[in-house]
Design a protein around this ligand. Structure first.
Ligand code: MRU
Length: 342
């Protein structure tokens, strides 16, 4: 599969997710503004992938800086970090990655500028490689929850496309599939941006993993008909009390799963756990352009002009609805997150 994000000869290459599945196109970002735009416009999306891209954005900013000493470079990069941090508010991986790059910059402060710049590229590459390793570890732990023959419902895209590779929720599915379990996935289309239809269905089909696409409103009846044994989703931010922010519609899936006695799991790495945020009520929820709702992917108007629209990109699922959080360290009850990750 084409990598979601990579560093290539002084530029950042992104698989343009706004064009999938119709067009498989690579977007090359040669300046920090285009990296910020790509994140804002969902050309790259998914919490871990945004984090990796932002880290590479900081490295790119360093390469382009004309600073003549460390303090000028630090000043240039503080502007770069501010620009990248202002792109999307909910996924904590973005802020986590920016902070990690700032820390690396500080650690390298006594080195010559050229070594600092190389060190920042190296650090962003480590974040990318670490992300893939974390996904594979989550996969190993989470696969134990899946039995042969089961059908897993997922919402949005928490796959290779949402990470540096392999995926969180879909990483668990992938690991179970690689173990030889005959499983199937039901992908919610995920209105309004259709990450489930455009990305999850595409990604799973690339790997030959059986997937059935449904509209969001169909999840309930499929559960009632006994067609779903497990729900696994990703996360954009997990608060200290185990509440989880994820793509809008996730909460509805969790409530439906509870009503039908189906276990609902969240898969996420440590970089998604935000112990500084006490509960889901404290998570900033991104509000997006009403046009995402009033048009079909911007091409076709599907609502009367001037209609009032509410378009939060994420919702919060309270910890009590979550059977477990699948992490690289194991599967924990949501209220145990604080103990295992502080
Ligand atoms: O708006 P998006 O597409 O960035 O939202 C992505 C999600 O909500 C994913 O489920 C989440 O980031 C987990 S990705 C491993």
């Amino acid at each position: 599969m084409v990598p979601t994000v990579c560093w290539h000869e002084g530029a950042i290459r992104l698989l343009d997710q706004s064009r999938l599945p119709e067009h498989v196109e690579i977007l090359e970002c040669r300046d920090v503004e285009s990296v910020a735009r790509a994140i804002r416009e969902l050309k790259v999306r998914g919490a871990p992938a945004i984090g990796v891209t932002a880290a590479m954005g900081v490295a790119l900013g360093a390469q382009l800086s004309e600073a003549e000493n460390y303090f000028q470079l630090e000043n240039d990069l503080s502007g770069v970090c501010e620009l990248l941090a202002a792109t999307r508010p909910t996924a904590v991986n973005l802020f986590w990655a920016i902070e990690r790059m700032k820390r690396t910059l500080h650690e390298l402060r006594s080195q010559p500028l050229s070594a600092i710049k190389t060190g920042l590229v190296r650090e962003s590459q480590s974040i990318l490689e670490e992300d893939i390793a974390l996904c594979k570890a989550m996969g190993r732990h989470g696969a134990r929850l899946i039995e042969d023959g089961q059908t897993i419902l997922t919402h949005c895209n928490a796959g290779a496309l949402a990470t540096a590779g392999y995926g969180t929720a879909l990483g668990v599915v992938r690991a179970a599939w690689e173990e030889g379990k005959r499983i199937q996935v039901i992908a919610d289309e995920t209105r309004p941006v259709l990450q489930g239809a455009r990305l999850t269905a595409w990604e799973l089909m690339q790997d030959g993993i059986p997937v059935t696409l449904i509209t969001d409103g169909m999840a309930g009846i499929m559960m009632r008909q006994g067609k779903v044994q497990l729900c696994i989703v990703g996360a954009d931010r997990i608060a200290a009390n185990g509440d989880v922010a994820n793509k809008i519609g996730t909460y509805s899936v969790a409530v439906l799963a509870r009503a039908h006695g189906i276990p609902f799991y969240v898969a996420a790495p440590y970089s998604t756990i935000d112990l500084k945020t006490p509960s889901g009520n404290d998570i900033a929820i991104e509000q997006r352009n009403p046009q995402e709702v009033t048009t079909m992917l911007g091409d076709r108007i599907i609502a009367p002009k001037g209609v009032s629209v509410y378009n939060p990109a994420f919702d919060v699922t309270p910890a009590e609805f979550i059977a477990g959080i699948i992490t690289e360290r194991g599967v924990f009850r949501p209220h145990e997150v604080l103990r295992h990750f502080s």
